[in-house]
Design a binder for this molecule. Sequence first.
Ligand SMILES: [Zn+2]
Length: 533
Amino acid sequence: MKIIFKSVFLLLILLGSLNCKQQAKETRQSIAIIPQVAEINQTEGVFQINSKTKISCTKELKAKAEQLAALLRPATAYSFPISETNHKRNVISLVLDNNLNSLQEEAYTLEVLPHRINIKAASISGILYGIQSLRQLLPAAIERKEICKTNELWEIPCVSITDSPRFKWRGLMLDCSRTFWSVEYVKRTIRLMSLYKMNMLHLHLTDDQGWRIEIEKYPELTQKGAQFPEKWNEPKAREGFYSKNDIREIVDYATQHNVTIVPEIEMPGHTLAVLACYPELSCTGGPFEIHPFFKGPNVHEDIFCVGNEKTFDFIENVLSEVFEMFPSEYIHIGGDEAPKARWEACQKCQARLKEDGLKDEHELQSWFIKRIEKFVSANGKKLIGWDEIMEGGLSSTANVMYWRGWLKDVPEKVISEGNNIIMSPTSHCYFDYKYENISTMKAYRFNPVPDNITKEQSKNILGLQANFWSHIDRSEAGVDKQLFPRILSIAELGWSPENSKDSTLFKEKVFIHLDRLKELNVNYYPDSTIIKN
Ligand SMILES: [Zn+2]
């Protein structure tokens, strides 16, 4: 497969990425699908989209057909009528095929013949990914939101593709607390993730700098906890919160794009925004005030008092509303960077520690996480925490998000205890870092399965994730730059078969994709590991 693909690629790469005018002169396009597909064969000929091209589908795929038509209509100005009629020619056919049940959940096949295109899958998510691969076989100009005015030949090379993901978790975390991101920006992020077959959007909804989600039982969280005090003169765009309607809109939109929204509600640390509203949930009683990230400590010593039952009432009430809003089976409860100074000095926390025969405050944190996990499990959800939740003992069912890249033995420890892990170490996956530290090609060199992990053990690796913390880059254009193009590395590592890893090929494909990103108005970073001088 690889050899066939490479030779085709090298031939076509000479054509480079072409603008609208050039495309009219050339008849063939580069094949540069990201993430790399599992199997591809190119055959003779092309399928040419024209004003008579139709889309056919069964009833249950109508919404996918509409999504496909919406992608193709603006630049081509063709109508792409959708029907259930089984046309023979000049048709893009979408079919749910139970014979493909043996393939994984998100798998699909894509066959481009000179007279028709067939996308088949056993699931709707597979059909969507077939559409995304087809989209990438078209020139970048297809992404335009207005008519491409030159005499465009919308040609698609004839190929036969069978494709399925390597990992079930192909994620991105957006920090909505340090800086609030609008619903529109979140939706745009979902669209871009879907283009690159990424499927988990982890929203960091609460932290010291703000509480960003409406909880009906605790209105102060958003009345007070979502705004910076006036003295900081923070622009209004950087604060705010998602109403329940906003969340519904985001979740529905994400579902259409095969993206699961994983909410994170931080505890027991990173809770200053809560304590500013409800100081009685702290060990000292406060008072507290929210501040922008660089106007105070990075990590606050004031955290939830776990000797106080009211803390648990609060958390359970909040989580109950969160469970209702998000269909995700996973819920992230943070668990990172919780200094123990307040617990050491708090009578209530110390009484709890003695009562339960705990050795120290690390065991107290472990006790706290386990108690929360019982509540999470009782509600049919699975708990995820940052890797600090291992300290003081890990429950048998918790999922660990590995971030402290300098602690090399964490993955092995987690897996040897039988727990699942999501790989997002600072060394390769922290995209608030500069490109000088993590370039696109460095991110691509990341191995999500460490060398000392056996094949059997690797089943405990759910996948990998890029993390974006919004304390430094606080504009949408700034986030774009931090994420693109290097997030394409995470997309490819998460989806493509291990044996397809090829730095030279990947680099060339990313270079070609810069044109597509430009058409999509993505403010990508001019990464010198991708752009040749
Ligand atoms: Zn306390």
